[in-house]
Design a protein around this ligand. Structure first.
Ligand code: GCU
Length: 689
């Protein structure tokens, strides 16, 4: 590529083990890829790159099944690669999910043949990446019998990129990847981005910020001059969006747009955006038609309405269902969908209660092509939150879970914080104590899925921190298969990124898997507090530095104690959970310690199960968090020489800074706790000298 940027986990380094490499060669040197859809171009290209890198030579690509070879790879839809596909039961293939695939070792005319087939081309793309992943991670590819289907229908990235201005809200990896001034001119890098996404099963990308930044509104919607996100829906800009869609399409990825609720006024020149006004209905219908004319496989619209200054149906005294449905009706004839965000707060003293109170009563009222997109927790991507009460509470409504891949509250591309364990905790959370984890509430149902706030920018390493690449990788893998465990996903990423030296694999794995708990400890004290960061002036807000005093209502620290009473005696949030969860959280004895102060206000000297007091635990955790970061720092240092200098140095430098920042967080937090409690640390560390 002309631009110099990292290959991430698609490095395809030569396989060093000779036996493995010979076996791979025998099966993959010859590859027959049937003719067909544009995705097959992507398949061929990936085979060239992947096998070329892994095996040191590009495969011989056949247009018909090769004869007189030892072994070969056959890729295609069943109908397009007869008679080979007859070695696989056609009903089995037809019965697979649209995006599923099957890889099976068979014998064909005396040769060993690895058949990769799927009901649709997209499955062939995923299957190709799967096969290459097996080789890149040193797995055998004989006797394969892989049958894969995605657990979640939609597996989306939400870019919070601000078109034209080029910045990325909460992005820590440079500027936006998408050059809106130059589009519809395409860059090679867009294809490589699509490859990275497709390799982990992502099938949707919304390309612009949910804050669409209209002129004249304050808040997250700050006043801007020049073009902004809401304008992507204008006719002259749609060709730019269509150009990006033409790249994503080749990798089975649908394109989405974030739109402003007031678009009928901003773009259509109407006097209202009232969802019940016929002119508004007509405008959305016409706009949807125009979009689909240009982008026939367009995914739909993501909408942030009545939230942090964004326009919305409340401007017209309409509710969120009325608000979403007018747009949904416009998209329905084209197969599009509205992803309507449930991130609303402000009226309530306890913001945790609001999303549920707003949305749960509307269950059943949303059009079937509306997905209500719910952040994993009730506050806002804090290092650890309890899981949102909305999951499982709206059985008649399609739901999406919104996760944050970028590290807004977890160190912003400077600290190492691997979020796969956090997401596993969310996805495994049993919403009713009866075997209904979030992953099942979302999975397998039409229109549902997961959306993740994007993490990439134009930084040469894409993420601002090499280790943050593991978050995007793991995000995709979990969206595809939430049953995967953290260790497996982590191991895959490391082997593909850094090779299979056992010490490297073990060390990087330990660093990644232990980083999140450390982050929770020094960012929060580890027992359910959160939101202790610096905000400052809106224009300068960074959410990076510690500043617990800025948010008294989020932890209510005073001479008596700390924490928020969210039981029925307090804000009542806990009652939104279903039993037995509600009962467990409502009791300070049964509530898991890591969430204790989220649900309970307790005296500083309240004793925890092991006899330690609340204040002492806060101190201990803050100090332990920093010790842990130091340990992880040293573990990384020990890899010097085992990992190429460039990447080693990059991460090592960030780790040096990470330690300093973790110390700063610790010192600020323990001082804050001390000032309010007046209780000294039993181990003499606080007050600080
Ligand atoms: C957070 C974040 C904002 C973002 C908002 C959202 O508040 O700090 O940048 O716009 O979430 O999810 O809409």
């Amino acid at each position: 590529p002309v631009e110099d940027y990292d290959d991430c986990w698609l490095r395809y380094e030569p396989v060093e083990d000779e036996e493995l490499s010979n076996a791979y060669r025998r099966h993959c040197t010859h590859a027959y890829v049937s003719e067909g859809a544009p995705e097959l171009g992507a398949v061929r290209e990936e085979l060239r790159r992947g096998l070329g890198g892994l095996l040191g030579r590009e495969p011989h690509l056949w247009q018909h099944p090769p004869r007189s070879v030892d072994g070969f790879l056959a890729i295609g839809l069943p109908d397009e690669m007869r008679p080979i596909s007859e070695s696989v039961d056609p009903d089995e293939v037809r019965g697979l999910h649209d995006e599923g695939y099957l890889i099976r070792s068979v014998e064909w005319e005396g040769s060993d043949c690895t058949v990769l087939t799927a009901p649709r081309d997209r499955g062939l793309v995923y299957g190709t990446f799967h096969l290459l992943r097996l080789m890149a991670t040193g797995e055998p590819i004989i006797d394969l019998d892989v049958v894969e289907e995605p657990a979640n229908e939609t597996r989306m990235i939400n870019h919070w990129d601000d078109p034209f201005r080029g910045s990325v809200e909460r992005g820590y990896a440079g500027r936006t990847l998408f050059d809106w001034e130059r589009l519809p001119d395409l860059k090679e890098r867009y294809y490589d981005y699509a490859r990275l996404l497709a390799s982990v099963g992502i099938n949707g990308v919304s390309v612009n910020n949910v804050n669409t930044k209209i002129p004249g509104r304050e808040g997250a919607n700050e006043v801007v001059s020049g073009q902004a996100g809401w304008q992507l829906l204008e006719s002259e800009n749609l060709e730019k969006v269509a150009a990006l869609a033409s790249v994503f399409r080749q990798y089975g990825i649908k394109t989405y747009l974030s739109v402003n609720y007031a678009s009928p006024m901003l773009i259509g020149g109407l006097e209202t955006a009232d969802p019940l006004d016929p002119a508004v209905e007509e405008w959305w219908a016409g706009k949807a038609e125009e979009v689909y004319d240009r982008i026939p496989d367009f995914g739909g619209f993501v909408v942030k309405a009545d939230s942090e200054g964004q326009t919305g149906p409340y401007d017209y005294d309409r509710d969120h269902a009325e608000g979403a449905n007018v747009i949904a009706r416009a998209l329905a004839p084209h197969g599009g969908r509205v992803w309507w965000r449930a991130f609303v707060y402000s009226e309530h003293e306890d913001r945790a209660v609001q999303a549920y109170e707003t949305f749960e009563p509307l269950d059943g009222e949303f059009h079937e092509n509306v997905t209500v997109q719910i952040k994993n927790g009730p506050i806002d991507f804090q290092p650890r939150e309890p899981v949102s009460t909305l999951f499982g509470a709206m059985p008649e409504t399609a739901m999406g879970c919104e996760l944050q891949i970028t590290g807004e509250y977890t160190g912003q591309g400077v600290h190492a914080c691997y979020l796969v364990p956090q997401w596993k905790e969310v996805l495994e959370f049993d919403t009713d104590g009866n075997g209904s984890p979030v992953k099942d509430v979302l999975g397998g149902t039409e229109g549902q899925g997961i959306a993740g706030v994007g993490v990439v920018g134009d930084d040469p390493n894409w993420f601002g921190h090499h280790l943050a690449g593991a978050n995007l990788y793991g995000y995709g893998r979990l969206c595809w298969d939430p049953d995967l465990d953290s260790e497996t996903v982590t191991d895959e990423w490391i082997r593909q990124s850094f090779g299979d030296d056992p010490t490297t694999v073990e060390t990087v794995s330990e660093i990644l898997l232990d980083s999140w708990e450390a982050s929770i400890d020094y960012h929060t004290g580890g027992i359910g507090l959160m939101h202790m960061m610096y905000n400052g002036e809106a224009a300068l807000e960074n959410h990076y530095d510690p500043s617990p005093g800025e948010w008294p209502e989020y932890h209510v620290a005073d001479g008596e104690g700390i924490g928020i009473d969210r039981t029925s005696e307090g804000s009542g949030y806990v009652e939104q959970y279903r039993e037995p969860v509600a009962e467990r959280y409502a009791s300070p004895e049964d509530c898991p310690e890591e969430l204790l102060l989220f649900f309970h206000r307790l005296p500083w000297e309240h004793e925890l199960a092991d006899g330690t007091t609340v204040i002492q635990r806060l101190y201990d955790n803050c100090f332990a968090g920093v010790e842990e970061v130091r340990r992880l720092h040293d573990r990384w240092s020990s890899l010097e020489g085992d990992i190429d200098d460039r990447r080693h140095r990059h991460v090592a430098e960030r780790f040096d800074e990470h330690v300093l920042q973790a110390e700063r967080w610790r010192d600020t937090l323990v001082t804050f706790f001390h000032e309010h409690s007046g209780v000294a640390d039993e181990r003499g560390r606080v007050p600080l000298d």
